[in-house]
Design a protein around this ligand. Structure first.
Ligand code: XIL
Length: 389
């Protein structure tokens, strides 16, 4: 059996520290068999490092800029757009037959100082937001297949965060709930009617107050015919509780509304010792977490991408984000060697195929349905009217 062979091959490979027969299978090959996109966030400044580029191109069929398409990178000065770094991502993807997932058009963070300190009026911000979204989306039209249109708009209690876009001072829709988010989707859709538009957030993977709020928003958008294609579940895990609870159930309820789900930023942060290394037992726990999430996605036709936030522990945002306390969060070690977590994800992909030999076709069918609906343009004609008006 292929699946067993893979398990043994990998076990042998880890024991001997050499690639075994089955370990030669890449993530990309395994994902191809189940019609799944497998991606990683990447930084174009590192493309010149051979091991970085080779691992990325060999193992993944999708790439997402870690920072290169965020506002601070793409509009560093008011009205002056900078696409070099983002273009390098797109060129890399084209050279290696990968899809590009765009991230992100609107966020309360990673904004340039001219914007956050500019003391703009709501009318001015509305024009700035429209120009930014449409200039960036138009630039990448046809080359970026999906966008995180709005990132992290809700807090853990499911309330809208106070941001420059919502109510500080906002674009004129302060206090009107998710109307500013809807507006961002409309403008993005106008600029590229074929792009798949996502809402993306963290700590909303399972069923909780935040994911309830996102679910309610998607339901409302679908009712209004807004062109939302999916929800991104970031999946930054640093404790067991978060990883386990009800991810499959949350995915299922979103998919029932007619949208795709993607795992967009998975990493599993581990405590580090004095040398900056994680313990063996922690690596084994990490592999289990990756296996469960990868299987939940791979076995579900409505989950169309499994992506990690980086791929090598050499370059991960976790050590900086946790002030050095945690790290070792990704699938490849700092020297690019596969970690137990990589074997676990490969196993999960194989297991999804073993459980359902039709999974690839089923996923394709689901994608076609969602993408067909978006591309038919079910968007309301009054494109700039906030919902409810
Ligand atoms: C992080 C990057 O990894 C860092 O390099 C940067 O300094 C800050 O942003 N959620 C997101 C990502 O949606 O954009 C964040 O990326 C990680 C959390």
């Amino acid at each position: 059996m292929k699946f067993r062979c893979c398990l043994w091959g990998l076990a042998l490979a880890f024991a001997l520290g050499t690639p075994g027969a089955c370990a030669a299978q890449t993530l990309r090959q395994a994902a191809g068999k189940i019609g799944l996109l497998v991606g990683a966030a990447a930084n174009p400044d590192l493309f010149s490092e051979a091991a970085y580029s080779q691992t990325l191109a060999r193992q993944f069929n999708m790439i997402e800029p870690e920072n290169a398409m965020k506002w601070r990178a793409t509009e560093p000065k008011e009205g002056v757009f900078e696409f070099r770094a983002g273009d390098a991502i797109v060129a890399f993807a084209a050279a290696h037959g990968m899809k590009v997932r765009g991230h992100n058009l609107l966020w309360g963070r990673y904004n340039p100082a001219w914007l956050t300190q500019g003391r703009f009026t709501p009318e001015q911000l509305r024009a700035i937001m429209k120009r930014h979204i449409q200039t960036v989306v138009r630039h990448y039209r046809g080359r970026v297949f999906a966008w995180d249109v709005v990132n992290e708009a809700f807090d853990r209690k499911g309330r809208l965060r106070h941001t420059i876009w919502y109510d500080r001072p906002g674009i004129g829709l302060a206090g009107k709930g998710t109307a500013y988010i809807a507006q961002a989707f409309r403008w993005a859709h106008e600029a590229d009617p074929h792009a798949l538009l996502f809402y993306n957030d963290y700590a909303a993977e399972g069923i909780n107050a935040k994911s309830d709020a996102i679910f309610a928003m998607v339901k409302e958008f679908m009712r209004e015919g807004l062109p939302i294609a999916g929800v991104g579940l970031q999946m930054h895990v640093d404790s067991q509780a978060e990883a386990e609870a009800n991810v499959a159930a949350n995915m299922a309820r979103l998919e029932k509304l007619g949208v795709e789900v993607q795992i967009t930023e998975m990493d599993v942060a581990l405590p580090r010792n004095g040398e900056g290394k994680a313990r063996q037992s922690a690596l084994a726990w990490q592999a289990k977490v990756y296996r469960r999430v990868a299987l939940a996605c791979a076995a579900d036709p409505g989950c169309t991408a499994f992506e990690t936030w980086g791929f090598t522990d050499r370059y991960s945002w976790i050590p900086r984000h946790t002030h050095g306390e945690k790290g070792a969060a990704l699938l490849f070690a700092a020297d690019y060697k596969p970690k137990p977590a990589l074997g676990a994800v490969l196993d999960a992909f194989a297991q999804a195929l073993g459980k359902n030999p039709e999974i690839r076709q089923e996923r394709l069918r689901f994608e076609r349905k969602v993408e067909g609906a978006v591309r038919e343009g079910v968007i309301p004609s009054a494109v700039s009217a906030p919902p409810g008006n």
